[in-house]
Design a protein around this ligand. Structure first.
Ligand code: G3I
Length: 356
């Protein structure tokens, strides 16, 4: 009897160890059985993307192989931003962005451009620029049209303007609004369209799932654009979200975006587990499962919008170790579908479940 209890205790301990995880790699939850050739890109009924880092594409073959294998749409996480492409007024540096475009084209990936105008990632020549409203207009127009023209025929779509709104629904008092006036967002779309009439033009922002006021302001702007004939084709919901975000809020954001009739891109998805910034948090099987459930819900609701509006879902980088979140908030976190070793997490299988 004693011996039997001992064996039971060992089994219980073993199972409990299996359900825990370490802080560096993945959970040890047994993965569901899927066909050996299953990938996201060959399973999902809409494009699936990731943002990528150029240095990881160049220096980490596990990373570049996974980008090739799992995704059919790619976004440069940083390489197409203003500061990266246009470091001084008369200099454009295309090297990293061109490397990215060549990689994507060689591997048959759709390219989503990110981003033409944003209040962050600006070079100092812009933040220090002195000029009247005509000079500022020319600066903005020249940047947009030079970049769009450079990638014409290669990039399928652009985030034309990024994060123009505050969470309270007011227009952000960014350098662009200060120098160009309230209607600058519309003009950015018009300038981009003049440079490439075939590329799809998106407005991209965060917070749709937690601020109904911000969401309404963005949707109102886009509906007004449509009635004015401003060329806009899509709405990007960044969805830097977390596992405690309510399903109702997520569904409301996706449904409201679809209500515009525009293409809907969940453009920067990650599901954080440590929004409370706990420096000692570890990744448990329970957290990983709750994250999988949230991924599943997001993909399920998204998959229910009209097919013509499903531009796709893009996660913000690939593996947990590549995510901007631990760096930005100086905390442990595991927001993505692949772990630090590029192994599939429960979140990965949650995605597959979501579109069943
Ligand atoms: O590459 C340099 C490296 O050489 C240097 O040693 C290091 C020192 O800080 O900086 C590195 O550059 C950083 C870059 O990320 C690459 O890691 C920049 O400082 C840092 O500002 C930059 O942060 C990016 C941030 O946008 C600002 O552009 C994040 O990677 C990127 O994930 C984040 O993405 C944004 C979206 O564009 C818009 N929506 C929100 C999202 C998250 O903030």
């Amino acid at each position: 009897m004693k011996k039997r209890c001992f064996y039971i205790a060992i089994v219980v301990l073993f199972l409990s160890a299996c359900s825990k995880s370490n802080n560096t790699g993945g959970t040890t939850v047994t993965p569901p059985i899927v066909a050996p050739d299953t990938t996201l890109q060959n399973t999902l009924p809409f494009p699936i993307g990731a943002s990528v880092s150029i240095s990881l594409l160049q220096n980490n073959t596990k990373y570049s192989n996974l980008a090739k294998k799992e995704y059919n749409s790619l976004t440069a996480e940083n390489a197409m931003k203003f500061a990266g492409l246009h470091p001084s007024q008369n200099t454009y540096t295309w090297t990293d962005a061109d490397y990215f475009v060549n990689f994507a084209q060689a591997n048959n990936k759709r390219i989503h451009g990110h981003t033409l105008l944003w209040h962050q990632s600006l070079p100092s020549w812009v933040t220090n620029f002195v000029g009247d409203s005509t000079a500022w207009e020319n600066l903005m127009k020249t940047h947009i049209q030079t970049v769009v023209a450079h990638f014409k025929g290669k990039v399928a779509s652009w985030d034309v303007v990024n994060e123009a709104f505050e969470d309270n629904g007011s227009l952000r008092n960014s350098i662009w609004r200060q120098k160009l006036g309230n209607d600058y967002v519309a003009r950015c779309f018009q300038y981009a369209y003049q440079a490439d009439t075939s590329v799809l033009l998106f407005y991209n922002d965060y917070g749709h799932e937690y601020s109904s006021t911000k969401r309404a302001a963005i949707i109102n702007m886009l509906n007004t654009f449509k009635s004015r004939g401003v060329p806009v084709h899509g709405i990007g919901l960044q969805f830097h979200t977390n596992y405690t975000q309510s399903d109702a809020n997520i569904a409301a954001a996706i449904t409201a975006a679809a209500g515009t009739g525009l293409k809907v891109h969940i453009s920067e998805l990650d599901v954080a587990l440590n929004a409370g910034n706990n420096p000692a948090l570890t990744l448990t099987a329970s957290l990983a499962e709750q994250q999988a459930t949230k991924y599943k819900f997001i993909f399920k609701i998204y998959n229910a919008i009209p097919a013509a509006q499903k531009f796709g879902i893009t996660t913000w980088n690939i593996g947990d170790a590549d995510s901007w979140i631990p760096r930005q908030y100086n905390r442990p976190d595991w927001p993505l579908p692949f772990d630090g070793n590029y192994l599939r997490k429960p979140a990965y299988y949650g995605i597959l479940d979501g579109i069943k």
